[in-house]
Design a protein around this ligand. Structure first.
Ligand code: FES
Length: 164
């Protein structure tokens, strides 16, 4: 079957099996291997992308259900030559060790900033009118992204550095 996706600003027609996940479409169908496959069961966050601006685990999305949708992957927010501010902060903070989870971490943090801009309530602040955005808040909002190397303090530091 065929599905039309706008991936990183470009409309792409993809042929795929009806059961194919968005993760496999991105990696195998479109060659966008920056998005990683970890657990393939919605547990690790390595496959995080933005779907119509919201973060999702692409391993849990069926491509066939997203005709006409917009997808942003790690390749869509910066290049090795033109890292964005968040990507630079991960480099400067050593916000990775093996690097396998890093694309998912960065896409999740990208969504985190958008959520905060839109006024999403704090998970940890008692004052929902004036949410904090401290280390605990970052840890809570990033809890869907696992790092087997346990680089969590540096990941949180990178995100805190990038806060606008
Ligand atoms: Fe999708 Fe682990 S590969 S959550």
């Amino acid at each position: 079957m065929q599905t039309s996706l706008t991936v990183n600003g470009q409309t792409r027609e993809v042929d795929h099996d009806a059961r194919q996940t968005l993760l496999d479409t991105l990696r195998d169908g479109l060659g966008l291997t920056g998005t990683k496959k970890g657990c393939d069961h919605g547990q690790c966050g390595a496959c995080t992308v933005l779907l119509n601006g919201e973060r999702v685990n692409s391993c849990l999305c069926l491509t066939a259900m997203h005709d006409g949708d917009e997808v942003t992957t790690i390749e869509g927010i910066g290049t090795p030559e033109t890292l964005n501010a968040l990507q630079k902060a991960f480099v400067e903070s050593d916000g990775y060790q093996c690097g396998y989870c890093t694309p998912g971490q960065i896409m999740s943090a990208t969504a985190l900033f958008e959520e905060v801009k839109k006024g999403a309530p704090s998970y940890v602040s008692a004052d929902l009118e004036a949410p904090t955005f401290d280390d605990a808040e970052i840890a809570e909002r990033m809890s869907g992204n696992l790092c087997r190397c346990s680089a969590y303090p540096m990941i949180r530091e990178a995100i805190a550095m990038s806060r606008e």
